[in-house]
Every structure is written in structure tokens, then in C-alpha cells.
Design a binder for this molecule. Structure first.
Ligand code: RTP
Ligand code: MG
Length: 137
């Protein structure tokens, strides 16, 4: 089934000059770019995006990280795009993520792990509406 998913290339990806490398993996897989925008978010936007995590111990440093510089926000589309993107991203902790995945190949951190991908159809709908309201619905 064709799906859309919200992908973020986090500030570490932009700082490290890995935007092209990461985007090309999604493109090479066959996912289509529907929207793409470089954006620096404030704390309120971070809290809205990570609403499920705001009470967690790891959230304050995560908020500092995701507001620390521009991110590339994207909507990608393709067959089973939500699961496909998360498989390409790899496990959350870059130290444990499998080689061949974005995090497994390019990150050594459990926080600065380069990418975000929506984790369910409900999350994708909510996150696309939050980041790209003109695509909602
Ligand atoms: P994401 O939401 O960014 O796609 O990542 P995920 O589903 O693989 O991981 P999630 O559990 O949703 O966590 C969101 C982001 O929070 C940071 N994190 N830090 N214990 C920690 O220090 C910790 N755990 C998670 C990571 O940046 C993770 O991607
Ligand atoms: Mg998540």
C-alpha cells in the first residue's frame, strides 16, 4: 500500500554534511520526494513533534539537540514507506544499528542518530500535518 511518512534529517546530519548521502539512500530505494524543507525549530515545535517523549528523562537533551541547528524535513512516499524508511534508518542507537543502515553506517550515538522516521500510519498523519499542514488530510 502506498504510504507517506515524515522524515527528518537531524541537525547532526546537516552539520556533518551527510544530507546528500542520506537523501540518496532514500531515493535509491525508490521512495519519492513529496516535500523537502530546511527548517530550524524552537522548543515548542520540538515538544509538539516529540509529544510522546516530553516526560522522558532523555527528552531535555533531545530537545536541546533538535533545536541546535537546521534540520531537513521531508515527506517521502512509496509502497510501505513507513516501515521501509525505519528499516533503512536502522535501530535507534547507532552503536547497535546494523551495518548497511543509515545509523549503523554513519552514527555512533543513541541521540545524535541522524534521522527520524514516523513509526506508524497514525504518527505519519499527525507529523505530516504538523510539519507540512498543506499536505494534511
Ligand atoms: P525517531 O523517533 O527519531 O525516528 O527515533 P526512534 O523512533 O528510533 O527512537 P525513539 O524511541 O522515538 O526516540 C526518539 C529520539 O530520541 C533520542 N533518544 N535518546 N536514551 C536516550 O538517550 C535516547 N533515547 C532516544 C534519539 O534521537 C531518538 O531517535
Ligand atoms: Mg520514534
Amino acid at each position: 500500500m502506498t504510504q507517506r511518512t515524515l522524515v527528518l534529517l537531524k541537525p547532526d546530519a546537516v552539520r556533518r554534511g551527510l544530507v546528500g548521502e542520506i537523501l540518496s539512500r532514500f531515493e535509491a530505494k525508490g521512495l519519492a520526494l513529496v516535500a523537502l524543507e530546511l527548517r530550524t525549530i524552537d522548543a515548542a515545535q520540538a515538544d509538539a513533534h516529540y509529544a510522546e517523549h516530553v516526560e522522558r528523562d532523555f527528552y531535555p537533551p533531545l530537545r536541546t539537540f533538535v533545536t541546535s541547528g537546521p534540520m531537513l524535513a521531508a515527506v517521502l512516499e512509496g509502497d510501505e514507506a513507513i516501515e521501509v524508511v525505519r528499516a533503512l534508518n536502522g535501530a535507534t542507537d547507532g552503536r547497535k544499528a546494523a551495518p548497511g543502515t543509515i545509523r549503523g553506517d554513519l552514527s555512533l550515538s543513541n541521540r545524535e542518530n541522524l534521522v527520524h522516521g514516523s513509526d506508524s500510519p497514525e504518527s505519519a498523519e499527525r507529523e505530516i500535518a504538523l510539519w507540512f499542514p498543506h499536505l494534511a488530510g
